[in-house]
Design a protein. Structure first.
Length: 321
């Protein structure tokens, strides 16, 4: 079963480090972490130059990696495009868009504050693994059908509760607003190339956890949309967000906090199908200066994932000293 993306409240402390380029420090820290955890993985890095141009150093340029719940950042960014075009509003209610559906707003779905109950997608996802097809069909409608069949909601609308159902619903909202299939619309709307696409293995879950990408392609997307000049990264407080801890918010498919020189965005992903598919992912942007995408061939526990976050943060902040 897929484990939910980890939600950690990171302190992002500036720590002393070596007088070594940030890229080298991040790679060294990741490799040491991977050896400790006994996993095989890789990390890609993007850095922003003085002219505001990002340069990317990423492994396996032609290999698609499972993004798992990092897919939510793509879905959230895609939802912003019909809003910007005046075809969708954050305050629009789902029954108006989808017919029978929970009576919550688009903003509540984006921020996991729609008050959904137990995650029905978690139960069904093992059945949907390896059922991808060339038409990039996803199973968000099946999730909505299961939600509608539920006797009642057990969550509280307006309160944060991470749930894959929300981004299944958001995928359907995008289709209703655009009149096109999810990937058919989002690919050109976000300027994506074929290096970001529904996964051959998890693509039925693409709107919440089934997109695959090369590290370079995802970093280009991430820095373009969540970087300091991006439509999301320039001011995440101007878009749907909800406070989940002191100074920590869930916004457009990622967590974020304010730092001295800008915002930090981050998110974890995990695909946990024992004996079938175990993959992990982690993406972060530090203060609009550098970004990293780590992917690895394991489904790890929270302490191991938290250690990855801490190690990469030490690399970035250490290199700035």
């Amino acid at each position: 079963m897929q484990r939910k993306a980890a939600i950690f409240v990171m302190l992002w402390l500036a720590l002393p480090g070596l007088a070594q380029p940030v890229q080298d420090q991040i790679v060294d820290r990741f490799n040491a972490w991977a050896e400790t955890q006994r996993v095989v993985g890789a990390v890609g890095i993007a850095q922003r130059g003085d002219a505001g141009v990002w340069t990317t150093a990423a492994p396996s340029k032609h290999t698609l990696r499972e993004l798992a719940s990092l897919s939510k950042s793509i879905t959230a960014a895609c939802a912003l495009t019909p809003v910007s075009a005046g075809k969708l509003g954050w305050s629009d209610r789902l029954p108006t868009l989808l017919g029978e559906a929970p009576d919550v707003t688009v903003a509540q779905v984006v921020t996991h504050s729609a008050g959904q109950g137990a995650d029905v997608a978690q139960v069904a996802m093992p059945l949907w693994l390896d059922r991808s097809a060339p038409d990039a069909t996803h199973y968000s409608q099946q999730v909505l059908d299961a939600i509608n069949a539920r006797p009642s909601r057990t969550g509280t609308a307006g309160s944060y509760h991470y749930n894959n159902e929300n981004y299944a619903l958001l995928g359907l909202v995008i289709e209703a607003a655009s009149g096109k299939a999810f990937h058919e619309y989002c690919r050109p709307a976000l300027g994506l190339n074929t290096d970001i696409a529904p996964s051959p293995r998890t693509g039925r879950m693409q709107t919440w956890g089934g997109i695959a990408a090369t590290p370079a392609a995802y970093l280009n997307f991430l820095t373009g949309w969540y970087g300091p000049d991006g439509a999301i990264g320039r001011d995440p407080f101007a878009l749907p967000h909800i406070k989940i801890a002191d100074g920590v918010y869930y916004g457009m498919g990622m967590l974020f906090r304010v730092r001295d020189a800008g915002f930090n965005f981050w998110h974890f992903g995990a695909l946990c199908f024992p004996g079938r598919l175990d993959r992990g992912s982690y993406a972060v942007i530090w203060e609009g200066e550098a970004a990293a995408l780590a992917t690895y061939d394991a489904c790890l526990d929270w302490p191991a994932m938290q250690a990855l976050d801490a190690d990469l943060a030490m690399a970035f902040y250490g290199a700035r000293q």
